[in-house]
Design a binder for this molecule. Structure first.
Ligand code: CMC
Length: 429
């Protein structure tokens, strides 16, 4: 007999079914709670609430495990690349050689943007935040492909939409950088792999082709692989929430970009570097930094530390810490911020404040240092996160759309405002 959990509410005992995931995660199914008892649950920030059932990504935060479609992130980081991982996340299986070649071709075909789209760039001021441009542009892209505004995709349409979103993200991102720096746009080169082509569009100039060092290209590709999905994080949940109204994939992804922008989510990679720079330029000692982060009278938080899910270590941070060394060695460069980051990590890991609260470096703690080494400008860091997260957003949107039981997301609330009162005329207020 399947497991149940019993609760007594106002003297009435009610049994709730328990849902068990393939990795033995357990959830209490409260679907009939309100109908049978009139009660709802309250869970600020959804810390204990599963909003969906999913087959895409598994995370065990206590053990530091992250798997896409069952494959451990460490294996994908070492052996795969971004396009193969993107295919895996979106379609559920690793591609065959022919499938990957086809996917790659489609992406190359969809990477250039419609010439009318260039006018959109011209409308933005040079100081426009890249994440604002990115969010706006995804909606703009959809205006050129009306058939992709449908919400029931078969496999071919999903392939096309995925190729379009992945391809266009790299072009929009590179063009945003060119626009902000006042440099001429650069066409994509379909012979290059995804990450190499993005760096080419970012840094090549007329008559001056940018040739990325293989370790630099690999480091960028690794960052994208590590960001490809992360189950129900703020932006992915936003994509699902928005998509649950049956709006198209492009509008849903655009909302995901907005959610990712904030410093507690994707914006943390930028906040980490800005914080490390301030620590460096102010000549703060590591003790001063740690004391400030612990001081409850200060709103200073150690950016890149702590995670809602990981309470042991973030496996992505471990991989990136090693990648920092590799890319800096390859470029024969030293970065004082890396020394500061390492010293902070070392001190924090033996400080009871961080140990007791299970605060460890997260993916953003080292990704910024890798991106700095690659030459990605600071204001483009969160755009890189968005580029990496695209497969996860697409996969989650499609999974939700394919679920015959999926309904519009509409949480409840506990109302704490005024009780009913009568309207007051202006002279009585
Ligand atoms: N520095 C100092 N103290 C911290 C930090 C930090 N980075 N993070 C959490 N704490 C403390 C917090 O003050 C609280 O202490 P107390 O129990 O005494 O009140 C306790 O740890 C629990 O914090 P919380 O805010 O309740 O934890 P949360 O699970 O709601 O928040 C977090 C997770 C990631 C928002 C938070 O750790 C944080 O703000 N970190 C810095 C920002 C950051 O690096 N964000 C990137 C997250 S990873 C990328 C992604 O997946 O989006």
């Amino acid at each position: 007999m399947s497991e149940t959990v019993k609760a007594t509410i106002e003297g009435k005992e009610i049994a709730f079914p328990v849902i068990v995931g393939t990795e033995n995660e357990k959830a209490i199914d409260i679907a009939k709670l309100r109908a049978e008892t009139g009660y709802i649950t309250y869970d600020d920030g959804y810390k204990n609430t599963a909003a969906c059932r999913s087959k895409i990504t598994f995370i065990d935060g206590e053990q530091g495990i992250l798997q896409y479609r069952g494959y451990p992130i460490e294996q994908l980081a070492e052996k795969s690349n971004f396009l193969e991982t993107a295919y895996l996340v979106i379609f559920g299986e690793l591609p065959t050689k022919a499938e990957l070649a086809h996917f790659r071709e489609l992406i190359a075909e969809h990477t250039p943007i419609h010439h009318n789209m260039r006018h959109h760039f011209e409308g933005f001021p040079a100081s426009a935040p890249p994440m604002a441009i990115l969010a706006a542009m995804f909606n703009a892209v959809s205006c050129y492909s009306s058939h992709l505004l449908e919400v029931d995709y078969d496999r071919e349409t999903l392939l096309e939409a995925s190729a379009k979103l992945l391809g266009k993200t790299s072009t929009i991102a590179a063009y945003t950088h060119k626009k902000a720096s006042g440099r001429p746009f650069c066409h994509s080169n379909p012979t290059l792999d995804y990450s190499a082509n993005f760096l080419h569009m970012m840094f090549s100039e007329p008559y001056k082709e940018y040739l990325g060092h293989p370790d630099v290209v690999r480091a960028l590709d690794l960052i994208l692989v590590l960001h490809a999905d992360h189950e129900q994080n703020c932006s992915t949940s936003t994509v699902r929430m928005v998509g649950s109204s049956r709006v198209n994939l492009f509008a849903s992804v655009s909302a995901g970009v907005a959610a990712l922008w904030g410093p507690l989510h994707g914006g943390a990679n930028l906040a980490v570097i800005q914080q490390l720079e301030r620590i460096h330029s102010a000549g703060m000692t590591i003790d001063q930094v740690i004391d400030k982060a612990k001081d409850k009278n200060s709103d200073f938080r150690l950016m890149g530390f702590g995670h809602r899910i990981y309470k042991n270590f973030d496996p992505r941070a471990k991989i990136l810490k090693t990648a920092c060394d590799r890319v800096l060695d390859a470029l024969k460069r030293k970065d004082p911020l890396l020394d500061i980051a390492r010293a902070i990590e070392e001190r924090a890991l033996e400080d009871s404040y961080f140990v007791d609260r299970k605060l460890y470096p997260n993916v953003d703690f080292y990704s910024g240092i890798v991106m700095r080494a690659i030459g990605i400008p600071l204001d483009m860091f969160t755009v890189m996160f968005a580029m990496g997260r695209m497969p996860g957003w697409i996969a989650n949107w499609q999974e939700m759309r394919q679920d015959p039981k999926s309904v519009i997301n509409r949480p409840r609330q506990v109302y704490e405002g005024h009780t009913k009162r009568d309207y007051l005329a202006m002279d009585k207020r």
